[in-house]
Design a protein around this ligand. Structure first.
Ligand code: CMC
Length: 449
C-alpha cells in the first residue's frame, strides 16, 4: 500500500536522542561528536548540501561527499533520457529506443528529445523544413577548414569550426531568449553534417558538395560526403535508413562525459556553439566517442580468430582494454548494441560482408563466456559493432566519432536548455579535498636547495 507523504525533515536537522525518526529520512550519526542528524530522502537521493550541517564545531566547514568521476552523484533532474543499466533499458522521453529505432526518423526523434513530445504532422513538417533550410554554412567557414593540414583529424576540425560558428551568430549569446535558442538549435542540428562532410572532403582532397534540400537528413549527409560528378546524388535507401537508425541510437544518453561537458560549460552562460565545441572535445576521447575507432583498430590488430585467446589473455592481465565492451551505466547488454547488430546484417547485404565481423562475433562469444567479463558485467556497448558498419559504408576510422557527434547534438542541446531553465542550476563548480603543501613562504631562487 502506498504510504502517505511524510512531512520533510528540516535539512540536516539534529535528532533528539530517543525521538523516532521520519521514515523518509536518513539518520546519520557522527561518531566524532556522537550527534545524530536526520537528512531528507527524495527520489532515492540525499542532498549533498544537507550534510554541511554535520560539523565537529563552529569552525568546521561541514561534511562534504567525495565522488571522483561522479560515479554516485546526480548533478541534475532530467526529463529527457531514462537508462536502467541493470535491465538494459533506454527510453527517450519515455519511448523505448527499440520502438523509435523501428518507427521513427532521426529528425522526429531529435524533435522529441528537444521538445518532450512526438510532433504532429504540421510540427514535424515545419521542423524538417527549418532544419533543411539551415544546412548551408557561411562561405568564410570554408577558409577555416582549408587552414587545416590534409591529415588533420576531422574531430579536431569539427571542434574548431563549430566553435567558430559562434562568431557568425552574435545573437547566440542571448541564451535566455527562447527565439534565439530555437534558431541556434536549428542551425546546430542542420550544420553539423555540413561541417563534418566538408572536413571529410578536405581530408580526401575532394571539392565540397553543397547540401541538397530534396534529400532527407541522412540522405543529404551521404550526398555531401560521397557525391562525385553526378548531377543528382541518390542515396541507397537501405544505407540511408541504416544511418538514420544509427543516428536515433546516438541522439542522447543522459549524463555521459560529453553531455556533462555541455552542461558544465553551458552553466557559465556561454553561447551554445562554444558549449557544443566543448562537448565534441569530450566525445573525441577514446573512452567515449573515440571507442568505435579503437574497436576497429583492435579488430585489425587481432587480425584472425585464432589470435583472439591471446588478446583476451592480455586484456585479463590488464595490458589492454577490450574496446567496445563495458559501460559505466549498463551492467547488461547495451540495448543499442542489439539494434546495431541487426542493422549490420542489413548493411552488409548491400555492401558485402565485412571480414572483421567474424572476428568481432567470435570475440563477443568468447568474452561473454569468460569469468573475467561475466563477473565484471562487461557486455558489448554501442561502439562494438557500429565501427564495422561505418567501415563498410566507406568511412575512414577518423570519421567514426564525427558520426557520433552529429546525432548527439540534439541530446546536447536538449540537456543544455533543460539546464538553463532549471532554477536549481548554477555555474558548475565542484569542491575538492586539498592535499597539497600547507602554507609556506616564497624562497628566492639562489636559496633553493
Ligand atoms: N576491457 C577490460 N576490462 C574492463 C573494460 C574493458 N573494456 N571495461 C572495464 N573493465 C574492467 C576494469 O578494469 C575494472 O576491473 P577491476 O575491477 O579488476 O579493476 C572493472 O572492469 C570495472 O571497470 P571500471 O573501469 O570501474 O568501469 P567504468 O564504469 O569506470 O568504465 C568504460 C566504463 C566504458 C570507460 C570502460 O568499460 C571502458 O574503458 N571500456 C572500453 C572503452 C569503450 O568501449 N568505451 C565506450 C563506452 S560506450 C559509448 C559511450 O557512451 O561513450
Amino acid at each position: 500500500m502506498a504510504r502517505a507523504p511524510q512531512p520533510a525533515a528540516r535539512p540536516g536537522t539534529e535528532v533528539a536522542p530517543g525521538k523516532s525518526p521520519n521514515p523518509d529520512t536518513l539518520t546519520v550519526t557522527d561518531n566524532r561528536t556522537g550527534r545524530s542528524y536526520e537528512i531528507p530522502i527524495q527520489d532515492g537521493t540525499i542532498r549533498a548540501l544537507d550534510l554541511r550541517k554535520i560539523k565537529t564545531g563552529p569552525d568546521d566547514f561541514g561534511l562534504m561527499t567525495y565522488d571522483p568521476a561522479f560515479t554516485n552523484s546526480a548533478a541534475c533532474r532530467s526529463k529527457i533520457t531514462m537508462i536502467d543499466g541493470d535491465r538494459g533499458i533506454l527510453n527517450y522521453r519515455g519511448y523505448p529506443i527499440e520502438q523509435l529505432a523501428e518507427h521513427s526518423t532521426y529528425l522526429e526523434t531529435a524533435y522529441l528529445i528537444l521538445y518532450g513530445e512526438l510532433p504532429s504532422r504540421q510540427q514535424y513538417d515545419e521542423w524538417v523544413y527549418n532544419i533543411t533550410h539551415h544546412t548551408i554554412m557561411h562561405e568564410n567557414l570554408k577558409q577555416f577548414i582549408e587552414g587545416f593540414r590534409y591529415d588533420a583529424h576531422p574531430m579536431g576540425m569539427l571542434i574548431s569550426t563549430v566553435a567558430a560558428l559562434s562568431t557568425f551568430y552574435k545573437e547566440a549569446s542571448q541564451i535566455f531568449d527562447p527565439a534565439s535558442r530555437r534558431s541556434q538549435q536549428f542551425r546546430l542540428i542542420a550544420k553539423m553534417p555540413t561541417l563534418a562532410a566538408f572536413a571529410y572532403r578536405h581530408s580526401v582532397g575532394l571539392p565540397y558538395a553543397y547540401p541538397d534540400n530534396d534529400l532527407s537528413y541522412t540522405g543529404n549527409f551521404l550526398n555531401m560526403l560521397f557525391k562525385m560528378t553526378e548531377v543528382k546524388y541518390r542515396p541507397n535507401p537501405v544505407i540511408e535508413r541504416a544511418l538514420d537508425v544509427l543516428f536515433i541510437l546516438h541522439a542522447d544518453h543522459e549524463q555521459n562525459c560529453s553531455t556533462s561537458a555541455m552542461r558544465g560549460v553551458g552553466s557559465s552562460h556561454v553561447d551554445p556553439y562554444s558549449a557544443v565545441a566543448a562537448a565534441v572535445a569530450a566525445l573525441y576521447g577514446p573512452l567515449h566517442g573515440g571507442a568505435n575507432e579503437m574497436v576497429l583498430r583492435m579488430l585489425r590488430e587481432i587480425g584472425s580468430k585464432g589470435r583472439i585467446p591471446e588478446y583476451i589473455k592480455r586484456v585479463k592481465e590488464g595490458q589492454v582494454l577490450l574496446m567496445g565492451f563495458g559501460h559505466r551505466v549498463y551492467k547488461n547488454y547495451d540495448p543499442r548494441a542489439r539494434i546495431i547488430k541487426q542493422i549490420a546484417d542489413q548493411v552488409f547485404e548491400v555492401t558485402g560482408p565485412n571480414p572483421l565481423l567474424d572476428i568481432a562475433l567470435e570475440l563477443e562469444r568468447i568474452a561473454l563466456q569468460d569469468d573475467y567479463f561475466v563477473q565484471r558485467k562487461l557486455y558489448p556497448n554501442v561502439d562494438f559493432y557500429s565501427g564495422l558498419i561505418y567501415q563498410s559504408l566507406r568511412f575512414p576510422v577518423e570519421m567514426f566519432p564525427v558520426l557520433f557527434a552529429i546525432p548527439r547534438t540534439a541530446g546536447w542541446l536538449a540537456q543544455w536548455e533543460e539546464m538553463l531553465l532549471d532554477p536549481e542550476q548554477k555555474i558548475a563548480r565542484p569542491r575538492q579535498i586539498y592535499t597539497g603543501p600547507a602554507r609556506r613562504d616564497y624562497v628566492a631562487m639562489e636559496d633553493r636547495v
